[in-house]
Design a protein around this ligand. Structure first.
Ligand SMILES: [Zn+2]
Length: 204
């Protein structure tokens, strides 16, 4: 934690010392007009700005365990509010749902891990990942490629959930909103995108 505190302490000074940065940061105070809503996992190894090159103000982020998009029928939630605000108020033209390799949430679900000690996690995964079948432990699912396949199936299911949101449905119908399904490999940095025509994830 000490290094974070030191860095944060020095941060304003470094911004002030860099002319261009100072101006760019100053303009952030005028408001935000992000270019995309980026929905991804809370996993510490997934840093959207790192692999997209996004600068402050460019990505509106929603991070949840397992990059889950709650069913619209579940009603008001922090996640639904974030999506609605991004689409209806900020009018983002693109939404990316980005799953990732070695995802602990997806692995726990498909591997049938015992989550009795973390009931909130258990409940969340049960509600948000119902489309992923729970396998018995030891069935061989603990293979990176199989988890990758489950993550990619899960990303597609989250895009379907997004389409249930009235604001998303309207945006798509009006042609002012696009949905993208991404998959990020944490060990190589490779990003793949779902190609609807091929129904496969292909390198960007
Ligand atoms: Zn994850």
């Amino acid at each position: 934690m000490h290094s974070f505190i030191d860095h944060a302490r020095d941060f304003p000074g470094r911004i002030a010392a860099a002319g261009e940065e100072r101006e760019a940061f100053g303009r952030l105070a005028e408001g935000q007009s992000p270019e995309a809503l980026f929905i991804t996992c809370s996993d510490s190894r997934v840093i959207p700005s790192l692999f997209t090159g996004a600068r402050p103000g460019q990505l509106f982020e929603l991070r949840t365990a397992g990059n889950a998009v709650p069913d619209y029928a579940e009603g008001a939630s922090g996640e639904a509010a974030t999506i609605e605000y991004a689409v209806s108020v900020l009018k983002v033209p693109d939404i990316v749902v980005c799953g990732h390799s070695h995802c602990g949430a997806v692995r726990a679900r498909v591997h049938g891990e015992d989550l009795a000690a973390v009931p909130a996690v258990a409940g969340w995964l049960e509600r948000q990942l119902p489309h992923l079948p729970v396998r018995e432990p030891g069935s061989g699912i603990d293979d990176d490629a199989q988890v990758a396949g489950s993550v990619q199936r899960h990303v597609k299911a989250q895009l379907d959930r997004l389409r249930q949101y009235p604001c998303v449905r309207e945006g798509l119908a009006a042609g002012r909103l696009r949905l993208h399904g991404w998959y990020y490999a944490i060990d190589t940095g490779l990003v793949m995108q779902h190609d609807p025509a091929a129904d496969a994830f292909l390198p960007l």
